[in-house]
Design a protein around this ligand. Structure first.
Ligand code: KG4
Ligand code: ZN
Length: 417
C-alpha cells in the first residue's frame, strides 16, 4: 500500500510517498521509497543559533504545498485537475467550509490549499501519515492540520506517527531504488540521538519499546548546537563541529601535513601544552541516563580560561571541537555498550540527526564489533539520519490498524513511545 507521509515536527518540511507492506507483513518489513522531498529551514533559523518555533510554523505553512507537489511528482503521480473547478466548488461548498475550519489557524497554508489542492484529483494513495509528536508544538500542528485537511478532502485514512519511533524505523529504510533485507534481530537496543531527543530504547519487537535511559537536560544534538554557538561556528552545530574535529584529526594523524605547515605545528603544540580536556558526564553512573548540559558549561569555562590566557579562539577551535565531540561520543558509546550487555540484546541500532556523525558511527560500530561479538550492528543510511518523511511513512506502517478520524488527530508535543 502507498502511504503519503508528512513531517513538520522541527525545522524540516518533508513529504514522502512510500510503498509499505500491509498490516500483516510487519515481521520483516521492506519499504520502497517512491519519493522523499525535504525542504530545510536552516537558513531561516541560522541567525538565531537554534530553531525558533514561531518561524518554523510560518515556514511550514509556506512550504507544505510545494513540497507536496514535489513528493507527488517524484513518486510518478501526474497531478490532474478536476474538469470544472467552478462546478466543483458549488458541489462541495460544505467541504470548502470544513477545510477552512481545519486550517483556520494556518491562513497562509489555507490560501495555497484552496488554490492548488482543492482543484486537484486525489492521487492514488492508500493512507496519509503525519508526525503527531514529539516535537515543537506550533510546528507539529501545521503538519497535523494539513494532514487532516488532505484526509478529509481525499477521503483517505489518517495515521499518527511518533517521531522517535520513526528515527528507529529509519534503520529499515534503503535509499531510493536500492533494496534492503534486514538482518536486525530482536531484542534490539536503539540509541536515538537528535536535536530534541537522546534516548536508549529497548525494542522487543515492532511497536514494543521500553525507554531505559535518556538525557536529564540537553539532547546530544542540542549540546552540539550550543557548543557551536559558543565557538561561533553557526547553525546547525553538529556538522560544523564534526568538520573542525575532522580537520584536527587529520592534522594529528598526518605527519607530512604537520611538517609542511608551520601554522599547523604551532596549533598542535598549543594543544599539547594546553591539554584540552573536557569531562565525560555521567559516564560511570549506575543508570542509562545522560547529561550534556555540564559538558557544554565545561566548554564555556574552558573557552573563557583560554581567552584570558590570550589564546586565539580561532586557532584552538579545531582541538576544542575534537575534544567536545569525543567527550559526547565516549559517553554515548560507553552507555550503549553497557546497556546492550545488561539486556542481552541481539542488535544495536543508531538513529536521529546526530547519527550522521562519522566518529559516532565508526566508534559505536567498532565497540559493538570488539565488545559484543555476537551482536549485529546497524545504522541508518546518511539520508535517513536527519528528519525526513520516509521514516514517518515507515513508522505509520507499523500502526495501520490505528487509523484515525481526521477530527480526532491532535499534535502531542511530548508523546513518548
Ligand atoms: O533528527 P534531527 O534532524 O532533528 C530532530 O529531531 O531534532 O536532528 C538534528 C540535530 C541537530 O542538533 C544537528 O546539529 C545534529 O542533529 N547533527 C549532528 C550532525 N549532523 C546533524 N550532530 C553531530 N554530528 C553531525 N554530523
Ligand atoms: Zn528528528
Amino acid at each position: 500500500m502507498k502511504i503519503l507521509a508528512i513531517e513538520t515536527s522541527c525545522d524540516e518540511t518533508a513529504i514522502a510517498v512510500v510503498e509499505c507492506p500491509g498490516a500483516k507483513k510487519i515481521k520483516a518489513p521492506c519499504f520502497d521509497i517512491l519519493s522523499n522531498a525535504v525542504s530545510s529551514q536552516i537558513k531561516i533559523h541560522a541567525p538565531f543559533g537554534g530553531v525558533v518555533p514561531s518561524l518554523a510554523k510560518r515556514e511550514h505553512q509556506k512550504n507544505l504545498v510545494s513540497v507536496l507537489s514535489r513528493a507527488l511528482a517524484g513518486a510518478g503521480f501526474s497531478v490532474r485537475y478536476k474538469a470544472q473547478i467552478t462546478n466543483y466548488k458549488q458541489n462541495t461548498k460544505h467541504k470548502i467550509q470544513t477545510i477552512e475550519t481545519i486550517l483556520e489557524r494556518e491562513p497562509e497554508l489555507l490560501e495555497k490549499f484552496k488554490k492548488q489542492i482543492l482543484p486537484m484529483k486525489p492521487p492514488k494513495i492508500d493512507a496519509i501519515a503525519v508526525t503527531a509528536g514529539p516535537g515543537l508544538e506550533p510546528a507539529l500542528w501545521v503538519g497535523v492540520n494539513f494532514a487532516r485537511a488532505l484526509s478529509f478532502l481525499w477521503k483517505k485514512p489518517l495515521i499518527a506517527a511518533n517521531h522517535v519511533e520513526a528515527h528507529i524505523v529509519a534503520n529499515w529504510l534503503a535509499p531510493i531504488r536500492e533494496y534492503q533485507m534486514s538482518d536486525i534481530k530482536f531484542p534490539a537496543l536503539c540509541l536515538i540521538v537528535s536535536g530534541g531527543h537522546t534516548q536508549l530504547v529497548l525494542m522487543k519487537d515492532f511497536g514494543k519499546y521500553k525507554i531505559i535511559g535518556g538525557t536529564r537536560d540537553d539532547a546530544a544534538g542540542e549540546a552540539f548546537d550550543k557548543a557551536a554557538k559558543m565557538l561561533k561556528l553557526g547553525f546547525p552545530g553538529g556538522p560544523a563541529i564534526a568538520r573542525r574535529a575532522e580537520r584536527w584529526k587529520f592534522q594529528i594523524l598526518n605527519p607530512k601535513f604537520q611538517i609542511n605547515s608551520k601554522s599547523q605545528i604551532s596549533n598542535l603544540k598549543q594543544r599539547d601544552d594546553l591539554e584540552i580536556k573536557l569531562p565525560r558526564p555521567m559516564i560511570n553512573s549506575n543508570d542509562y541516563d545522560f547529561s550534556f548540559s555540564g559538558l557544554k558549561t565545561a566548554l564555556l569555562y574552558l573557552i573563557k580560561d583560554l581567552q584570558n590566557k590570550d589564546y586565539s579562539l580561532k586557532k584552538i577551535t579545531p582541538a576544542l571541537c575534537a575534544e567536545f565531540q569525543q567527550a559526547a561520543v565516549d559517553v554515548l558509546v560507553s552507555k550503549t555498550i553497557r546497556a546492550a550487555k545488561q539486556f542481552k540484546v541481539k542488535s544495536v541500532l543508531l538513529g536521529g540527526g546526530v547519527s550522521a556523525n562519522r566518529e559516532l558511527r565508526e566508534q559505536l560500530k567498532k565497540a559493538v564489533k570488539e565488545k559484543l561479538t555476537e551482536v549485529y550492528y546497524h545504522q541508518p543510511a546518511l539520508e535517513f539520519t536527519g528528519d525526513n518523511a520516509a521514516m514517518i511513512a515507515a513508522a505509520a506502517c507499523l500502526h495501520l490498524k490505528e487509523k484515525k478520524d481526521w477530527r480526532q488527530l491532535k499534535a502531542k508535543a511530548d508523546w513518548r513511545i
